[in-house]
Design a protein around this ligand. Structure first.
Ligand code: SF4
Length: 123
């Protein structure tokens, strides 16, 4: 169970074993930091420029991962068929920080619970 100061909920990482990548599927963007770009391109043994061309796009001036649409479902390009992240050891900061995002801090618990089965009340 992970608790983070300033957040009213906790995260049960065991939920990831059965949830089938809910946080990697659907609407939304995975924005990358400069460090993410360095880390992921290195992990994939690609030049930074190659990585950017193959796996990213610009959204409102920021760099985000591209999505795939499979069976009408929008999903992160790095989510594999078994709902595992192919770049897990170097996944973006935004993914590592989930669900402890500033934008979720003041949301109603019932509302954020719908985003992820791992979001639980702290015991
Ligand atoms: S990079 Fe990995 S953890 Fe982040 S959304 Fe894509 S598949 Fe999920």
């Amino acid at each position: 169970m992970i608790k983070k100061e300033g957040f009213d909920f906790c995260f049960d990482e065991n939920a990831c074993k059965t949830c089938k990548g809910k946080c990697c599927i659907g609407e939304g963007y995975v924005f990358l930091t400069d460090e993410d770009i360095e880390n992921i391109s290195g992990f994939l043994s690609l030049k930074k420029e190659e990585f950017l061309k193959l796996y990213t796009r610009k959204v409102n001036g920021r760099i985000a991962l591209v999505d795939l649409v499979i069976k009408n479902e929008k999903r992160c390009v790095f989510l594999d068929d078994n709902y595992r992240c192919e770049i897990y050891p170097k996944r973006p900061k935004q993914c590592r920080d989930f669900p402890f995002w500033e934008s979720l801090k003041d949301k109603n618990f019932g509302e954020i619970k719908k985003l992820c089965p791992g979001i639980v009340a702290c015991s």
